[in-house]
Design a protein around this ligand. Structure first.
Ligand code: E4P
Length: 217
């Protein structure tokens, strides 16, 4: 499973990139607002920090204007992945861009039928939003399960990018189902390393080690 971090905070990205755990980055207009940085400048900086896909989202609603924005964004770096909304204009833009060899992430996916459309439009990634689905009384994991089933039925190559992940169980369930990618806030990635028995075991080993009075090297 690939791990993307869902942030535009370059210091977080730089630190996580050093662990070797990061396969890519996703951003969205809200995350750019939160970072308080110039969109093009911060996207360039992120693209230099990671080798994998960096999703940068268009904000236009109509195809022609989406294409114009995508032209600007894809000049930033080879690893830019254009993020488009799951609308007819977004799908049309997706078809055109992937046809030209540009990576596209179709975002704001809330139904398996929408994901089917994204695959048919040749999307590189589709982003089903688990947490926002849960927030509205649906089961976000059912959405991932349905998309996996449909994509496998027809051997679609579009990768399922599990998004709007809020906690470790979302990651675990996405991995069980076979989502190709999980994009998570930095805190969720960091949280995955934690286990109370790891901490307890480490404390016990160090206490015994200190009793030996030895040093390594
Ligand atoms: C994905 O690409 C989105 O940026 C993100 O996962 C949305 O998450 P949220 O619902 O926590 O805002």
């Amino acid at each position: 499973m690939k791990f993307f971090v869902d942030t535009a905070d370059t210091s977080e990205i730089a630190e996580l990139a050093e662990t070797g755990l990061l396969d890519g980055v996703t951003t969205n207009p809200s995350l750019i607002h939160k970072a308080g940085r110039d969109f093009l400048e911060v996207t360039k900086e992120i693209c230099d920090l990671v080798d994998g896909p960096v999703s940068a989202e268009v904000v236009a609603l109509e195809h022609e204007e989406m294409m114009r924005e995508a032209e600007v964004l894809r000049k930033i770096a080879d690893n830019v992945c254009i993020k488009v909304p799951l609308t007819f204009d977004g799908l049309k833009t997706c078809k055109k861009l992937t046809g030209d060899g540009t990576m596209v992430n179709v975002t704001l996916c809330f139904s398996a039928n929408q994901a089917l459309l994204a695959a048919k439009a040749g999307a590189t990634f589709v982003s089903p939003f688990i947490g926002r689905h849960d927030d509205n009384g649906f089961d976000g994991m059912d959405l991932i399960r349905d998309i996996r089933l449909i994509y496998d039925n027809y051997a679609y190559e579009t990768e399922i990018l599990a998004a709007s992940i809020r906690h470790a169980v979302h990651v675990l369930e996405s991995a069980r189902i076979g989502a190709d990618v999980a994009t998570m806030p930095p805190a969720v990635i960091r949280g995955l390393v934690k286990h109370i028995l790891t901490d307890k075991g480490l404390d016990a080993f160090l206490a015994d080690w200190n009793k030996t009075g030895q040093k390594i090297g």
